[in-house]
Write a protein that binds this ligand. Sequence first.
Ligand SMILES: [Zn+2]
Length: 284
Amino acid sequence: MSVYLVVFVVLSYFVWIKCIYNRHRRTLVKSLKNVLDVSPGRELDSADIRALIVTAHPDDECMFFAPTIIRLVELNASVHLLCLSEGNYYHQGAQRKQELLNSCAVLGIPGSRVTIVDHKKLPDDPKTEWSVSLVSSVIVKHIRAHSFNMVLTFDGRGVSGHANHIAIHKAVSHLGSSGQVPNDCCLLSLVTVGLIRKYISFLELPLSWLLPSCLLCTTGSQGYRQAKVSLEIDTWLAETGRWLLLESAHVFLAPLNKGMYSICAENARAGTKFGKRDATAEQR
Ligand SMILES: [Zn+2]
């Protein structure tokens, strides 16, 4: 009897996951309209989404942002990537730069929309504290030059805890709180999840569904394959050993397949986590 109960519970859980997955696939456009403040009566045009993903190193785009990139590209959004270092920690910067371009091409971002910063004060090094003002100025120049209306980056815990990731979050927070970001530009951060949630792969989806978030990007099997190919391009991951590559894929790519990738809006409309000032309140 208990065996039947376990089977029933397991099957029910998988059905639940499938239902949530289907629902999120259908409602992504609606969520994006909310995030971008598009009026309910108007259709969301692909030209409405001009997204900038800000990362610290080559491989961040495939390890952390692949589901987001893939889903936005599927909607024909204009997706750009700004990577703030060449990933030169092991003196492989030139190679990793090319790998980043290749990885982005797999994910659907052409090289013309990828900007890689090579600045001596922004080394790929967890022990070096990046200057918030320097990072802020690089990002805001890019936002203004391309009129982005959506900026996506790490949250305050950096997703993997890397100091360079956290520095980007601080910089974007600073831009938001100092009112330097255009009012039509929303700031989104990728939610850091705990170790167990990372490791349970797509089984995590109900948890992400139950917990509050503004946008939940899920990829299908095609998206999962894209993400996996982009991850395998990275030399550093390959050189750390196949087991780690598989582990990394499991940690970061499994959620793309049938699982989740949760992004929480932290702009003025949704709250003040990113510290963006409420322009309306200021005008009063
Ligand atoms: Zn990184």
